[in-house]
Design a protein around this ligand. Structure first.
Ligand SMILES: *Cc1c(COP(=O)(O)O)cnc(C)c1O
Length: 377
């Protein structure tokens, strides 16, 4: 039987073990050490040296700390893109706040600026001004930064930029992760680079970074004993994980190139299959890392559904996956406020994520192409 082809699996660069060994030899094993310092510096120099990066143990933790730093409290409302992974929205609940979900637009599948403004106006009319906006670069595709930030600015609402899937993507030549009041990165095992598990908060000021580090290491006040005047969290990245991160940063540019090459491969493959559209950048302003390559199927034209294709690929041990199920359709967020139409719902019904790992081999790509061609033949 053929070996399994995964959607997106970890891809080591080669020097990770060297940095881990160094950390172990120096006995810096936990949440302190030079790998952390270097990894944070590597990230800042990749993004733009004027930002301050705090390495944390997950992207979810970074989102949570962003909301805390923005003062989100119980009873507040926070706006969030409905089409996303649940980790974008869960930290709203951690704060005791209430999510307000917004539909996607068709070009980038991300926050629709029109529905966003409608929502803000309606919430304000109801007497509750949203405390923050969580905007996501889904599958690595930058959201409409100019339009979204213009709305946020007009109503003076801070933006948490969920760039968990968007490291290496750019909008008008500027790195994703640097547009928001806070930027969030993830180094989970399936992301474009991994630290086994991890994340980072991109901050505009050193004070904001210091606060994130303080909160992520149990909020210990400056005293010889354990003194606390705030609720703390155990959210700091370990020095070992940061060692993996240092190795991964050396190959990030390659990883972006490899994932983008997968996208070209799919574009070519589907060129003459009517009714299938590969998800690509709407204009030259957008540069996606193509973390995952996705397609949508028009059943009326191609006569097949995304689910049929998924099952067909699975028969040949090829993993694919439906797009993110919108948050306003999730049982856990039932009854939440929602603004927009059917865009996210339709994408969920017709879309599929295809194998997109940067470590896909030539023969695996060939197997994928053969399975897809036989399905549509
Ligand atoms: C992966 C992901 C996160 C969470 O990151 P973790 O490191 O897994 O906690 C948040 N938002 C999006 C859109 C993600 O894909």
């Amino acid at each position: 039987m053929n070996s399994k082809i995964w959607l997106s699996s970890p891809h080591m660069g080669g020097n990770e073990l060297h940095y881990i060994r160094e950390a172990i030899e120096m006995n810096w094993i936990t949440a302190q050490g030079h790998c952390l310092d270097y990894f944070e510096k590597d990230l800042a120099s990749f993004l733009n040296k004027k930002y301050f990066v705090a390495a944390l143990n997950s992207g979810t933790a970074a989102l949570h700390l962003a909301l805390i730093e923005l003062g989100v409290k119980a009873g507040d409302e926070v706006i969030c893109q409905t089409m996303t992974f649940s980790a974008s929205a869960n930290p709203i609940a951690y704060c005791g706040a209430t999510p307000v979900f917004i539909d996607s637009e068709k070009d980038t599948w991300n926050l629709c600026p029109i529905a966003l403004e409608e929502a803000i106006q309606d919430r304000i009319a109801q007497g509750i001004k949203p405390k923050a906006i969580i905007a996501v670069h889904l599958y690595g595709m930058p959201y409409k930064v100019t339009e979204i930030h213009a709305v946020a600015k007009k109503y003076d609402i801070p933006v948490v930029e969920d760039a968990a899937e968007g490291l290496g993507s750019t909008y008008k030549g500027v790195n994703c992760g640097t547009f928001g009041d806070f930027g969030v990165l993830s180094f989970n095992g399936n992301k474009i680079i991994t630290t086994s598990g991890g994340g980072a908060l991109v901050c505009q000021t050193k004070a904001a970074k210091d606060k994130a580090v303080f909160l992520s290491t149990q909020a210990r006040d400056d005293a010889p004993h354990y003194q606390h005047s705030q609720i703390g969290y155990n959210y700091r990245m370990s020095n070992i994980a940061a060692g993996i991160g240092r190795g991964q940063m050396e190959v990030l540019a390659d990883r972006v190139q490899q994932r983008r090459a997968n996208n070209s491969f799919y574009r070519q493959l589907f060129q003459d299959i009517a009714g299938v559209t590969v998800f690509v950048e709407p204009s030259a302003d957008f540069f996606s890392n193509h973390w995952l390559s996705c397609i949508t199927l028009d059943e009326k034209i191609c006569g097949k559904t995304a689910e049929q294709l998924r099952l067909h690929l699975l028969e040949d041990q090829i993993e694919s996956r439906p797009l993110w199920k919108p948050m306003h359709l999730q049982p856990v967020f039932e009854g939440s406020a929602y603004y927009g139409g059917q865009v996210a719902e339709d994408l969920f019904k017709t879309g599929l994520c295809l194998p997109s790992g940067s470590n896909l081999e030539e023969d695996e790509l060939h197997r994928i192409a053969t399975a897809i061609r036989s399905f549509f033949a």
